[in-house]
Design a protein around this ligand. Sequence first.
Ligand SMILES: NC(=O)c1ccc[n+]([C@@H]2O[C@H](COP(=O)([O-])OP(=O)(O)OC[C@H]3O[C@@H](n4cnc5c(N)ncnc54)[C@H](OP(=O)(O)O)[C@@H]3O)[C@@H](O)[C@H]2O)c1
Length: 276
Amino acid sequence: MNPSPIVVLRDGREMPQLGLGVWQVPDNQAINSVSEALRCGYRAVDTAAIYRNENGVGQGIKSSGISRQEIFVTTKLWNEDQGYDLAMRAIDSSLSKLNLEYVDLYLIHWPSPKRGLYKESWKALVEIKKTGRAKSIGVSNFMAEHLQEIMDATGEVPVVNQVELHPRFQQRELREFHDKHNIFTQSWSPLGQGKILQEPVIQEIARKYGKTPAQIVIRWHLQNNLIVIPKSVTPTRIQENFDVFNFKLESSDFEKIQNMDDPNGRASWHPLTADF
Ligand SMILES: NC(=O)c1ccc[n+]([C@@H]2O[C@H](COP(=O)([O-])OP(=O)(O)OC[C@H]3O[C@@H](n4cnc5c(N)ncnc54)[C@H](OP(=O)(O)O)[C@@H]3O)[C@@H](O)[C@H]2O)c1
């Protein structure tokens, strides 16, 4: 299959625009999902310490035989490990489980404002990047105010903010802020955890192109210049979700999906109240 398009992050590093998400994939299943994805041509995997499958992800990577430099691995600092010292230790724990010497991208998973530690955590990530344990650093679920605060505190701008984003919740205001600061937006739950695929608008467009609803939604993310990480443990779906580079949504169909946006369409946790 065709390779994924590559985006260039603000620090000059390259990242595949389409990768595999592995939230809610058990450790032993992650080995197969990652192997299958790499076999199909995926070259990016998105995991997190809290997914408790870094071990399986690492095994999937090793068993693929593909060289480390060709694969873009993201993991995330969990909330309980926020703060400078704990974050410095958390990256080592993640690297050890992944059996890797570095990750390509390390993200603060949530701002967790109640803890009040995201600034200190960001300082740790800046240091982690200097030591080469993460090639790039970014955040997840940060609102503009959180982004502004860490940038002001350190002068270091995250390369990516990974947030809930799908046709029913398009995060336009936050994306404008990202664009102003040259931060890439990465879409989590890009398929709305599968629910978006039932939407009549998506199904109708899928019929028109002879594609599946998932392929239409992934194509919409790509054409929106979003980095996208659909999750599947099903080999046929893993393949299907990567088979999206041989067609393009016409502007009228793209607009129909743009019009699905709903400011109340958030399906998951709000960064201010998510309290894990
Ligand atoms: N930073 C954060 O806070 C955060 C939060 C949530 C998610 N994420 C990341 O984003 C990734 C993706 O989000 P997500 O896992 O929430 O949901 P998602 O990718 O929007 O949807 C996954 C669901 O859709 C199904 N699916 C996948 N491809 C399909 C297809 N072609 N046809 C029909 N159904 C399909 C999957 O089923 P099967 O697996 O059974 O095939 C699964 O139930 C996560 O895995 C994780 O890496 C990050």
